[in-house]
Write a protein that binds this ligand. Structure first.
Ligand code: ADP
Length: 363
């Protein structure tokens, strides 16, 4: 379904003329990363004229309106970028690369510099919400810290930040020397978009604002020296992922899924996005793999081994499974990641953390 939707959006976008080349924006290659989700929400990146803010805004608006009018489209999220490929290492000077005063690309690259003390950065991604991505990210971070690694966790899930709950943190972070000081718990430096914005507001954000917020979380937070920074990304693949990829700091991505067929279609999409951008897929983690009954019996509530098969089909490593533990949910709601306890799940998270640390070269 989303394939034909994309064709319709491409057709609609091809009615818009690119003032730089005189051709339409599809033919000129100004549109990239066009994707659509199951609900009909469309995303793309649009190359806009550098240095002419008005023209850039007008072009973006025309493209958004055209995409929104295509049959089946329920929402549009477009990100504008201006040419800067010729001098990728140049610091931002404003003007040229900055049609919206956001300095997207250059500032994001600068964010890479700000993260100079961070040895590796790993995105934790999932196709859908509710598969336990944030729970897995939190417990992996605790398990990595327990291995003696200097670890950070950045909750970039703009649409549903859960780090404050998972770690039982209330309140706003402090500022020091114009930098945000991350919280620290269970040996993990913690920062969440939830500390900076009201999630109800963030839901309405468009691409540039999502990217701006993430940039701030990477560049304005005093992460200091870290062996590994895990980034809990919003479900699906969108602006936040593109920002991370553009930061050029991403070591790789881990994809969390439940065993169901529905969730697995999204695993495929996630793997494709990261592969397209040459970001290594470290592997797939299957969460809520089975429910453990008395005497060690296993109930496969969502089917057996689905994520492992999907990983195999895609040629991506399968990192392992985490069972469904009713008390894991309770502990998470209480702000106590089970990886910090004697819980059976702690062993599973430790083994997963070991593989991620090895892949990232910090083990
Ligand atoms: P996501 O980040 O993918 O939206 P969450 O991490 O918020 O998902 O998890 C969704 C819900 O499932 C939470 O209530 C969480 O406590 C619970 N959960 C996640 N993983 C497990 C698990 N392995 N066993 C039991 N409950 C889990």
């Amino acid at each position: 379904m989303s394939g034909s939707l994309i064709l319709r959006v491409r057709a609609a976008l091809s009615a818009i003329k690119d003032p730089a080349s005189g051709r339409n924006i599809i033919a000129s290659g100004a549109v990239s990363g066009l994707s659509a989700d199951e609900e009909g929400k469309v995303r793309f990146t649009l190359e806009v004229p550098a240095g002419d803010r008005r023209a850039a805004e007008a072009l973006l608006k025309a493209a958004e309106d055209a995409a929104a009018a295509a049959p089946g489209v329920t929402g549009v999220s477009a990100v504008a970028t201006a040419h800067s490929e010729a001098q990728p290492q140049q610091p931002a000077k404003g003007g040229h690369d900055n049609p919206f005063g956001l300095k997207q690309k250059p500032r994001i690259e600068a964010a890479g510099d700000q993260l100079a003390g961070v040895k590796s950065m790993v995105a934790i991604a999932s196709g859908k919400g509710g598969v336990g991505k944030s729970t897995v990210a939190a417990n992996l971070a605790v398990a990595l810290a327990a291995r003696g690694l200097k670890t950070g966790l950045l909750d970039a899930d703009i649409y549903g930040p859960s780090l404050p709950t998972l770690f039982g943190i209330d309140g706003k972070p402090q500022m020091r020397d114009n930098k945000i000081v991350p919280f620290e718990k269970f040996g993990v430096k913690l920062m969440s978009i939830g500390f900076l914005v009201d999630p109800d507001q963030a839901v309405a954000w468009r691409g540039p604002m999502v990217m701006g917020a993430l940039r701030q979380l990477m560049s304005d937070v005093d992460w200091g020296e870290l062996d590994i920074l895990l980034v809990d990304t919003p479900p699906g693949t969108g602006d936040a992922h593109i920002s991370l990829i553009q930061s050029k700091k991403l070591t790789g991505a881990v994809i969390v899924s439940t065993p169901q067929e529905m969730a697995l279609a999204d695993v495929r999409r996630g793997v494709h996005l990261f592969r397209q951008t040459e970001t290594p897929v470290i592997g797939v983690i299957e969460n809520m793999a089975w429910l453990e009954g008395p005497g060690g019996s296993k109930q496969f509530l969502f089917g057996e081994g689905g994520a492992e098969r999907a990983a195999k089909d895609l040629g991506a490593p399968f990192l392992g499974a985490v069972p469904l533990y009713p008390d894991l949910r309770q502990a998470s709601d209480d702000g106590l990641p089970v990886a910090a306890t004697e819980h059976a799940a702690a062993t599973a998270f430790d083994q997963l953390a070991d593989q991620i640390a090895k892949f990232s070269g910090v083990a």
